[in-house]
Design a protein around this ligand. Structure first.
Ligand code: NAD
Length: 416
């Protein structure tokens, strides 16, 4: 028996749908049904109590037709190989959507990082690099942050890789802190990219100039998206983390929420101190009436069971894989556009690519330079996908799949 909503099965169901809509070469589609390489390692970590624990780690190198494998590393107790494979597949398409010369990869460790001390976390992160150093490199495979992995973790990893390989470019890991070769704008890149996408498509999908926004997940992506949408005049009415959600129909004071989360580590008691807000569950958040619903936490949160209850006018997927194929079908029939992950959250990998380029050239680009480069990439990709979906009379997700698959197929054919 497999778990419900195996993310890799979902990803392959999406691939099948896209393959039916366009006349792709069968052998090309088949070549995307499994990754080029899926590597599993046992990482032995010395714990603070003197004992040793073994953690399971992964790197999936899905496809490198367009360039070196690129994709984040996730630390989570539920991370397993099917999740990492799905995420690596989506990375392959995501890089193609924004037209950057990178392929798709993803990594992870099955671990609850909250249970580790900082030094244990550092040894685990260095251990992941040691186990996988053979396959990593600035022209081979370039990891980045994802859920529960931070710029500090990227700095440990980049340092470990430099020690083992002698490569001093720092270009093998992106999402590093500024002082360790990171790029301006990387922290907010995913949220900002999503905002540019929304702005490009807003009128086309019938949203008002000022929107009410509900955001699930208040980590790197969700909290930055909240700030950016508010800075541009929209109203964020709800946010949530793994333990709780908060809702204020008049709009949340996001600075206050951020401060509270920073001090207490949770949103749980925010409403007690701020009675204008009410506590809601993650499930309730997804079903709130609003203009834009932004899932920014995990995959499979909008499924066949709750898609019918969604009241948002549009969904902007900043998380990877939050809407299952069954839910997609229901939402399409309900005329609720889903702006798909491989477009909506591609700002993150785009600025990671800028970081890689700066490291290799020994340059430092200003925030203005980064945003000036990011914006047209996101706008062009959004318009191309909107037009493709319209031409083929399909969803935005299928529009994005077709654009990406056509690019990868073209590159494959031209290199034969
Ligand atoms: P993060 O670790 O910074 O934050 C994750 C957030 O999700 C936290 O606020 C956590 O409390 C919350 N969360 C955990 N379990 C939850 C649950 N069951 N319900 C609701 N919220 C829950 O991670 P992140 O980097 O912000 O990544 C979030 C999503 O965005 C992931 O799907 C990731 O793959 C995707 N993404 C991230 C980037 C990036 O640059 N970091 C880029 C593209 C896509």
């Amino acid at each position: 028996m497999h778990p419900p909503h195996n993310p890799f099965e979902n990803a392959m169901a999406q691939l099948d749908l896209a393959a039916k809509l366009r006349n792709f070469d069968d052998s090309f589609i088949d070549s995307l049904r499994e990754p080029n390489r899926d590597i599993r390692v046992s990482i032995k970590v010395k714990m603070d109590n003197g004992g040793t624990e073994i953690f399971e780690g992964y790197r999936v190198e899905y496809n490198n037709s367009l360039g070196p494998y690129k994709g984040g590393i996730r630390y989570h107790p539920k991370t397993e190989i099917n999740e990492v494979k799905a995420l690596a597949f989506w990375m392959t398409l995501k890089c193609a959507v924004v037209g950057i010369p990178m392929g798709g990869g993803k990594g992870g460790i099955t671990v609850e990082p909250k249970n580790l001390s900082k030094s244990e976390l550092e040894r685990l992160s260095r251990g992941w690099v040691e186990s996988l150093s053979d396959v990593l490199g600035p022209y081979k495979d370039i990891p980045a942050p994802d859920i529960n992995t931070t710029p500090e973790i990227m700095a440990w990893m980049a340092d470990e890789f430099a020690k083992i390989s002698g490569d001093k470019t720092l270009a093998t890991f992106t999402g590093k802190p500024m002082a360790k070769g990171g790029s301006e704008g990387r922290n907010e890149a995913t949220g900002l990219g999503g905002f540019y996408v929304l702005e490009t498509l807003r009128k086309e999908i019938g949203l008002p100039e000022k929107c009410e926004v509900a955001i699930q997940g208040f980590g790197n992506v969700g909290s930055n998206a909240a700030k950016i949408f508010i800075d541009h005049g929209h109203k964020v009415t709800a946010v949530s983390d793994s333990q709780s959600g908060i809702y204020n129909p008049n709009g949340l004071d996001i600075k206050k929420v951020l401060e509270f989360k920073k001090n207490t580590g949770t949103l749980l008691n925010f409403s007690k101190e701020n009675p204008e807000c009410k506590n809601i569950t993650n499930e309730e958040l997804l079903e709130l009436p609003c203009d834009i619903l932004i899932p920014a936490a995990f995959e499979n949160v909008i499924t066949g069971s709750n898609a019918d209850k969604i009241q948002a006018r549009a969904i902007l997927e900043l998380a990877n894989g939050p809407v299952t194929p069954e839910a997609d079908e229901i939402l399409f029939k309900k005329n609720i556009p889903v702006i798909p992950d491989i477009l909506a959250n591609a700002g993150g990998v785009t600025v990671s690519y800028f970081e890689w380029e700066q490291n290799l050239k020994g340059e430092h680009w200003t925030p203005e330079q980064i945003f000036e480069k990011l914006r047209p990439i996101m706008e062009t990709a959004s318009s191309e996908i909107f037009n493709k979906a319209k031409d083929v009379n399909t969803s935005l997700r299928m529009g994005a799949f077709i654009v990406a698959l056509e690019r990868i197929q073209r590159k494959k054919l031209s290199s034969i």
